[in-house]
Write a protein that binds this ligand. Structure first.
Ligand code: FES
Length: 146
């Protein structure tokens, strides 16, 4: 099945194309905090937290994971970022739950872009933010185990 593409008029009238899945995740992001209380709880109870910023655009991402028996059982995230960063991290948050830490580490930005049905070339760097924040969260967890 081919996904319908959406045209977005970007900077200086250039056109970017977003897949249905990008639009779906941007409009209804998965695994985001539902309240300040939930966020406060995760700040205290997450097994790993990773935060990264993008030098390319100044955006910031924070990723939280809960782990049991070496598997990611749940995650949350928040970002000050663009639509592509939101959609990328939302789909990543669905991809990682149930994976072992080793499996999660193998997820690459290209896998995220593929899962989204593609991103406009100049927005591919936005998919790196969630990937890096997840890695930092895993490193945070592993550092605490030593
Ligand atoms: Fe900054 Fe997309 S433009 S993450």
């Amino acid at each position: 099945m081919t996904e319908k593409k959406y045209e977005v008029i970007g900077y200086k009238g250039r056109c970017w194309l977003y897949s249905d899945k990008v639009k779906k995740h941007f409009l209804k992001p998965r695994n985001v905090f539902q309240s300040d209380q939930e966020e406060n709880d995760w700040e205290k109870t997450a097994d790993g937290i990773g935060e990264v910023g993008s030098p390319a655009c100044g955006d910031v991402m924070r990723f939280y994971i809960k782990i049991k028996d070496d598997k990611i059982t749940a995650c949350r995230w928040k970002t000050f970022g663009c639509a592509s960063a939101l959609a990328s991290t939302s789909v990543l948050s669905e991809m990682v739950v149930g994976k072992t830490l080793e499996e999660a580490k193998k997820i690459k930005p290209q896998d995220i872009v593929k899962e989204l049905g593609g991103l406009p070339p100049r927005k591919v760097h936005c998919s790196v933010l969630g990937d890096q924040a997840l890695r930092k969260a895993i490193e945070d967890y592993e550092g605490k185990q030593k």
